[in-house]
Design a protein around this ligand. Structure first.
Ligand SMILES: Nc1ncnc2c1ncn2[C@@H]1O[C@H](COP(=O)(O)OP(=O)(O)OP(=O)(O)O)[C@@H](O)[C@H]1O
Ligand SMILES: [Mg+2]
Length: 606
């Protein structure tokens, strides 16, 4: 078959597949829009599990008449303007894709009245048809969106929907999650004409308990412990339910108020519970961290996220939850706390329930752990105080192709990189492309240059060691490796000079400290190989400390993962500029090769 371009309608249907999988995905998008519009009352109605009808009514800011049409256009949003805004997202939505995706797989009707306007308006669209006309509406406040007959134009997708009951249960769970993280918002949920859930909003932090009891039942309230813990800028808070109590599944994780499904967070939670073989795993966990330390723009559904420092968050979560489980619940004394799960922790035999502290706890590395009773819920993730900030009545605008590409390419893998801080074009040139993950090609005044990223990485690493030395950094959770060999005194000395601290016990080598240069790296990627090279290859002799540092730098550079995209590479070169300041040009010369175009032309090679 010959290649041909898909029609816009089919292309949109395919793209919609990433956002809309089933009724609950539509409801997620619509509820998030209502929350972003500053609503404090959201009513959801479903017919046939949402397959025939989903209706959401809110009392938010509403949509301007002139923006109604644009709200259904792909990449049209009122929530961000430039790619820079992605670094500090305060809204749940930002991609300008949800309504257009819903529109391409269903019949959609939006009635809305903009706050302060006298008249409301309505728009209707059927399966992406272009003829949308706007009519008067008698809506009195906020926005009402009705979505009918989802996937009727795509039978292949329709058959993947589950029974009405299962689809309803998925929706109920999502609304429960939003009701937990938004106590200042009333939610109601009806199915086939029956009101099944109603959670009234609370305006006082002291009433949060009542609201939780309404959502999750009295047994949840009677058997939980509240926690709040801070490490660097990460704040973890929430409730763990006493493991002795068997409740219907209650597992909720929120990131900056957003419902997420994240592998790093889930792994950490499982690991903490696994330490004590706890079967009843019920919790509500709020992870709050600075907006520029997390990338939400990973997948259109926005369930997946990427953290700028996975490992610290993971270890902090394991440690906080473990402390909670051991301190607040009746874990039997005879339970032997083997913290060696997943081969990452030291083996500690503890026989008291209250004294569990890691070495790092003693030094205050884990942060302040406050155990606050539910009665004093003033520090409930400040959700009421921080009632979702109403967005400025900004107009919906088309997020143009340049911005979109920036969104997709530049920032996805690159945290905290202000595009304005990028590589200075005057010094090196304009980056054109990444070659093979190891080189960047640049142009500068009709010249072509290639920068070796391996050399950049090595220069950066060596400079960091020179400027900051190889201080030891304690690990939140010691890292444990199977090891049955002897470590000679010489090898011990080398490792200590580099900043490693470890214990060799019962066939395990357990690292408690690593050099600070490794602190942000994935340890499993580095430590195993380090031990293989530095401990097992017995005849490793270094002339002096500089020789040792140089070999260690080479080792780190070799282990570093391949660079994935141009913006990551630019970020790396930009780091070189800031690390070297005055000497930048000298260093850049050592990592750059210029292609002599005139010579190549002279030799008839171009
Ligand atoms: N319930 C609502 N109240 C007020 N404005 C709304 C509502 N729903 C949608 N809008 C407006 O329509 C625009 C498009 O909505 P849509 O959900 O498609 O995109 P988004 O929320 O900007 O981004 P995302 O695709 O990430 O959800 C929004 O930016 C907002 O201005
Ligand atoms: Mg949205």
């Amino acid at each position: 078959m010959r290649i041909k371009k898909l029609s816009t309608i089919v292309a949109n249907q395919i793209a919609a597949g990433e956002v809309i999988e089933r009724p609950v995905s539509i409801i997620k998008e619509l509820v998030e829009n209502s929350l972003d519009a500053g609503s404090d009352s959201i009513d959801i109605k479903l017919v046939n599990g949402g397959k025939s009808l989903i209706s959401i009514k809110d009392n938010g800011d509403g949509i301007f008449k002139d923006d109604l049409k644009l709200s259904l256009v792909k990449h049209a949003t009122s929530k961000i303007t430039t790619s820079n805004d992605l670094l500090y997202l305060s809204s749940l939505g930002f991609r300008g894709e949800a309504l257009s995706s819903i529109c391409s797989i269903s019949r959609i009707m939006i009635s809305s009245i903009k706050n302060g306007e006298k008249q409301g308006w309505q728009i209707y669209n059927e399966f992406d048809s272009m003829d949308t006309n706007i009519k008067l509406s008698n809506i009195l406040e906020g926005t009402l969106i009705e979505v009918r007959d989802m996937f009727y134009n795509i039978p292949a997708r329709l058959k993947f929907l589950k029974s009405d009951k299962t689809e309803y249960i998925n929706v109920e769970k999502l609304i429960t999650a939003y009701a937990i993280s938004n106590p200042h918002v009333s939610f109601s949920l009806s199915h086939n004409g029956k009101l099944l859930k109603k959670f009234n909003r609370v305006t006082d932090n002291n009433d949060v308990e009542k609201r939780l009891s309404l959502i999750l039942g009295k047994r949840f309230i009677d058997n939980n412990s509240y926690f709040k813990s801070t490490f660097e800028k990460i704040v973890l808070s929430g409730w763990v339910v006493n493991p002795d109590i068997n409740l219907p599944s209650c597992q909720f994780v929120f990131l900056n108020g957003r419902v997420i499904k994240d592998k790093v967070v889930n792994h950490a939670i499982k690991q903490a519970y696994k330490r004590y073989d706890i079967i009843n795993q019920n919790y509500i966990i709020f992870v709050d961290l600075p907006k520029d330390q997390v990338d939400i723009n990973v997948h259109p559904s926005k369930y997946e996220v990427r953290f700028s420092n996975n490992r610290i968050l993971h270890d902090f979560l394991v440690s906080t939850l473990s402390n909670m489980l051991i301190k607040n619940h009746k874990i039997k004394n005879e339970v032997s706390l083997d913290l060696s799960n997943d081969n990452q922790c030291t083996s500690i035999k503890e026989h008291t329930t209250t004294n569990y502290k890691t070495e790092e706890d003693e030094k205050g590395c884990i942060g302040q752990q406050e155990n606050i009773k539910l009665e004093s819920l003033n520090s409930y993730p400040s959700l009421i105080d921080a009632k979702r900030k109403k967005l400025e009545p900004s107009r919906i605008h088309y997020f143009d192709a340049y911005e979109r590409n920036e969104t997709q390419n530049s920032l996805t893998n690159n945290f905290g990189v202000n595009p304005e801080n990028r590589i200075d074009n005057n010094i090196l040139g304009k980056p054109i492309t990444l070659i093979n993950g190891y080189c960047v090609m640049l142009t500068c005044e009709n010249r072509l240059k290639v920068v070796s990223l391996l050399k950049v990485s090595k220069a950066l690493c060596a400079q960091k060691i020179k400027n900051h030395g190889l201080e030891s950094k304690p690990l939140l959770i010691p890292y444990k490796l199977n090891f049955n060999e002897l470590v000679s005194n010489k090898q011990r000395d080398y490792m200590e000079v580099l900043g490693f601290k470890f214990k060799l016990l019962e066939n395990y080598l357990t690292f408690t400290h690593v050099p600070n240069i490794l602190k942000d790296k994935k340890l499993d990627q580095y430590l195993e190989e380090f031990v293989r090279i530095f401990c097992l290859e017995q005849n490793f002799i270094f002339k002096n400390n500089s020789d040792l540092f140089e070999n260690f730098t080479d080792f780190i550079v070799k282990q570093a993962p391949k660079i994935n995209n141009l913006s990551e590479a630019i970020h790396m070169i930009a780091c070189l500029e800031s690390e070297f300041e005055q000497e930048t040009q000298v260093i850049l010369d050592t990592v750059t090769t210029e292609l002599n175009l005139e010579e190549l032309i002279g030799q008839n090679l171009l």
